[in-house]
Design a protein around this ligand. Structure first.
Ligand SMILES: [Mn+2]
Length: 370
């Protein structure tokens, strides 16, 4: 049984490749785009005079940087004057309307899996398959159809492309993505793949991890931490996700200041507390806040605290009494504990780390009372 569909129209793509032409593959660099570009370059390399890859964005995520480093991927940086250095252009994992830099490029090849726009892009060879979870899946089919056995680094890159775009097969994936992933496993380096996928943090973030781990305050069944100034609010998401990997932590609120804005990221198991309604009840009055049961975010101007210590300002707010949903009233759920604590806690300082037993005690006493 063949692994993949046969693609007779691929011949049309090969006809576009000639030995006297210099090709540039343009991408908006993410793992799927980078792996797809590597695969297309592999298809082109012995058929054209020269082929390069150029990215229109900077790669900053540590796992993506790890992919670039370990697969020894060389990419040019796009600049307005780059086009005259090449004769032909290809676009993978994007369509011309996705980025201003792509708009006026006369593409010969476009291969993508994002939804189709109303007017489809024009090129000599276009294949856009929204029913694929990753462009890497498409390119794996191309390699298979062309009898090109992917080398170790290319196979690993393609696997990482599929893994990323399908969130490790937790969303938007199809049979063909699984088949491609499975096929690539024969050629890929599993140790390298997990090294890339697990390169999740930058070294400069470790100070914030240290701060987060040593400055946590118990709030009912959850944890609150404020890390101060951050150069990108994404680190707050990473910290909150990290805390949720600790068995004892049922929900977490991680706050930080980004410029003049205070951002608080909420993460939870979706059971102990609906963090979406929690965030929205406590913070929508002073900024924007909301989310769903297990993920939420609040943002407000730092000036709202009126000069009060921000860590304390947020802590007080997190302990304010909540309007309790009916279901929670019936169950005598956590909101009650929070109310009891808030009354007791008024005017007091946040408990020091290690002082958590007191808060937990208050929480326990709160349970079961009418
Ligand atoms: Mn993609």
């Amino acid at each position: 049984m063949a692994y993949f569909r046969s693609i007779p129209q691929l011949r049309k793509m090969l006809e576009l490749l000639s030995r006297d032409k210099r090709w540039l593959i343009l991408i908006n660099a993410d793992p799927d785009a980078m792996a797809s570009a590597m695969a297309l370059k592999r298809i082109m390399i012995h058929r054209v005079q020269d082929v390069s890859i150029a990215k229109v964005n900077a790669v900053t995520r540590p796992d993506n940087l790890a992919m670039v480093r370990y697969t020894r991927l060389h990419m040019e940086r796009w600049y307005p004057g780059i086009l005259p250095h090449y004769d032909r252009f290809a676009l993978v994992d994007s369509q011309p309307h996705h980025h201003p830099a792509f708009r006026d490029v006369p593409f010969s090849i476009i291969i993508d899996h994002h939804p189709l726009p109303e007017t489809q892009a024009q090129a000599d060879y276009v294949e856009i398959k929204p029913e694929y979870g990753a462009t890497s899946t498409l390119l794996t089919e191309y390699l298979y159809n062309l009898d090109i056995r992917p080398a170790k680094l290319l196979a690993t890159a393609l696997q990482f492309g599929i893994k990323t775009d399908t969130a490790s097969f937790e969303r938007h994936f199809y049979d063909v993505d699984l088949r491609a992933y499975q096929y690539l496993a024969r050629f890929a380096d599993h140790v390298l793949l997990s090294r890339i996928a697990r390169s999740e943090f930058h070294r400069r973030w470790l100070d914030l991890f240290a701060k987060a781990c040593t400055n946590m305050y118990d709030i009912g069944s959850g944890q609150y931490v404020y890390v101060g100034d951050v150069d990108n609010p994404d680190i707050l998401v990473i910290l909150a996700d990290f805390l949720m990997r600790v068995y004892e932590i049922r929900w977490a609120a991680v706050g930080g200041k980004y410029g003049d804005t205070v951002v608080i990221i909420f993460r939870g198991d979706g059971i102990a507390r609906d963090v979406g309604s929690y965030a929205s009840q406590l913070f929508s009055g002073i900024g924007s806040a909301g989310g769903h049961k297990s993920m939420a975010r609040a943002e407000f101007p730092a000036s709202t605290a009126g000069g009060e210590d921000m860590e304390l300002f947020i802590w007080k707010r997190l302990r304010q009494p909540l309007r309790r949903p009916k279901a929670a009233r019936e169950k005598g759920a956590e909101a009650q504990g929070a109310e009891t604590q808030a009354k007791k806690g008024q005017g007091t300082e946040p408990p020091l780390p290690g002082d958590s037993a007191t808060a937990a005690g208050a929480q326990k006493k709160g349970h079961g009372k009418p």
